[in-house]
Design a protein around this ligand. Structure first.
Ligand code: 2AM
Ligand code: CA
Ligand code: CA
Ligand code: CA
Length: 263
């Protein structure tokens, strides 16, 4: 497999898609709700996914595509080459803020992440990695992450998990919030993963993410030594939704052991 060629192809496709998204702000954006009133999708999410799929199917007919908006393939096994795509990660930010959203893409072979991309479209910030070849922020090689103690750590966590909820014990999470240096919530799982990989935050966690949210970021995180698992400490399963935590080495262990208690 010529991964170098696929890498160049994917990067150019992502940049072209980013351009289309930036131009889309000059037109009307149609907004709809999916599973609930705050689960939003737009014609741009759908159009961008279709743009990727049309190109990939034409140029790599034996590859499969697993995308959030459902125009890709039905995926029930990780065999072969699969492009895991979120055309816009952070749709709520896309709609409300017109920034802080990303194109997220991971290319996997037989379940192993080979290429990973997170493109923060409005900042023109590109995070990318190839397995074994290191991770990059634009043209800058990202250094290996070093451990940070919790009291010096910034944790990416959504405030809703600190309030009573049916998925996680909120008291230990509240303790974590008090023990760490600060918390952040950016509203795009992919961007938060990119921030962990580039050392801007020290950990990120979410109770429900889909394969396309994390597939690209996991390849990037792996290259700098971040640990990415589900909240049981296992490899996140990439065929459906799962819990997720990515963090610097020792911190990952400390958070899972002392602060994360699933119901
Ligand atoms: P999205 O914008 O592609 O839907 C926001 O907190 C983060 O969680 C985003 O990465 C968002 O991705 C994701 N997200 C939003 N709603 C979700 C849902 N119902 N299930 C899983 N992930 C979701
Ligand atoms: Ca969505
Ligand atoms: Ca997403
Ligand atoms: Ca999305």
């Amino acid at each position: 497999m010529n991964w170098g060629m696929i890498d160049r192809y994917a990067k150019s496709l992502i940049r072209e898609a980013g351009h289309k998204i930036r131009v889309s702000f000059f037109n009307t954006i149609d907004i709809e709700s999916k599973a609930d009133a705050n689960d939003l999708v737009t014609n741009i999410d759908r159009g961008i996914e279709q743009f990727f799929i049309k190109r990939i199917r034409k140029d790599f007919p034996d590859h499969k595509i697993f995308g959030e908006e459902g125009f890709g393939d039905q995926i029930d096994s990780l065999d072969g080459i699969i492009w895991m795509l979120d055309p816009i990660d952070g749709t709520m930010n896309f709609i409300h803020q017109k920034r802080n959203f990303a194109i997220s893409l991971g290319i996997y072979m037989d379940g192993m992440g080979i290429l990973g991309y997170i493109y923060d479209v409005m900042n023109d910030d590109f995070y990318h990695a190839m397995k074994g070849e290191g991770a990059y922020y634009n043209d800058e090689r990202l250094p290996a992450l070093e451990s940070t103690p919790l009291e010096l750590a910034i944790i990416g966590v959504n405030a809703s998990w600190v309030a009573p909820n049916r998925r996680i014990e909120n008291e230990p999470i509240a303790k974590m919030v008090q023990a760490c240096r600060g918390t952040r919530s950016y509203g795009s799982a992919a961007i938060e993963l990119a921030y962990v990989a580039s050392g801007r935050i020290d950990a990120y966690m979410s109770l429900r993410l889909s394969p396309w949210d994390i597939a690209g970021g996991m390849v990037i995180a792996q290259e700098v030594g971040a640990i990415a698992t589900n909240m049981k400490g296992e490899k996140p399963h990439l065929l459906g939704q799962d819990t997720f935590i990515v963090a610097k080495p020792k911190l990952h262990d400390e958070l899972l052991t002392n602060y994360i208690q699933l119901k």
